[in-house]
Design a protein around this ligand. Sequence first.
Ligand code: 3HC
Length: 311
Amino acid sequence: KEKDLQKEFDAKIDAETKIEPRDWMPDAYRKNLIRQISQHAHSEVVGMLPEANWITRAPSLRRKVALLAKVQDEAGHGLYLYSATETLGAKREDTVDDLHRGKAKYSNIFNYPTVTWADIGAIGWLVDGAAIQNQVMLTRTSYGPYSRAMVRICKEESFHQRQGYEIMLTLANGTEAQKEMAQDALNRWWWPSLMMFGPSDKDSPHSQQSMAWKIKRQSNDELRQEFIDKTVPQAEYLGLTIPDPDLKWNEERESYDFGPINWDEFFNVIKGNGPMNKERLKARKDAKDNGAWVREAANAYAKKKRKREAG
Ligand code: 3HC
């Protein structure tokens, strides 16, 4: 019986038929998806914090409105993805508690501080740019609910990327001080953005199995390279310098060669020792504690309503 089910599952994967919540799936496939999608959701929710830092200090009403809309989108992406984990049997409370207990990861990139307004431009341009690179690939992931969530999320991400790039363009074409701010932000966000794609393929424990199950459709290094090749011309258009002396166009490969990534920094940050890890987790735990009264009130109201309706 199990063997037939496994065969049917494999045939669906081969035929590019989406796996749906009620379909039989190997436990390991389910577990891998809960791991990845829950951490993706945590990334969206924690990702709101660095940007929220500038909502009250945006330089104009237009910038404030765009940033507010972006942060609200991230919240929606997070809820969308938590719902996708629930279709796999994960309990929302447990998933969120895993984050608060430091048991679950979220994207390395959100453990860096947003020290100037230019960071908001660099995040939209580079962080959302990298997220789009990865999420467009994930629209082809084999698990139905995750792939459909990605289609919806990618539409909103492109606005995030464009508003970030426009901020960088305004600064790069502004006063000397503004241009320096943009360059300083690029210097601080470039390498951590490359790390977002994950360890190099040879050091990626999940990649092989994720590729076999068509959860992952392109490798970490492949997506990183595509992102670099796309982003270098954008930096040139801004008149900014990418902080990598080894960056050089390779005619033969028709791609950019680039310098070594500081993997010690990456593993240190995702282990919890980044500049802002403690603040990020404290903000999430405070949000849960400070919001408890709202949940209690809503539950009490729902209970009374059910009792009234039951008559
Ligand atoms: N940050 C934190 N942890 C990371 C990481 C990163 N950038 N990249 C990899 N890791 C972790 C993995 O989670 C895994 O740890 P685990 O076993 O405890 O989960 C370990 O490092 C080994 O990495 P692998 O390459 O073997 O893991 P994956 O096959 O899962 O590949 C991934 C990593 C490419 C990030 C993949 O998990 C993925 O595609 N995730 C969904 C995309 C995602 O999470 N994007 C967040 C971007 S930010 C965002 O979306 C907000 C945007 O709106 C700004």
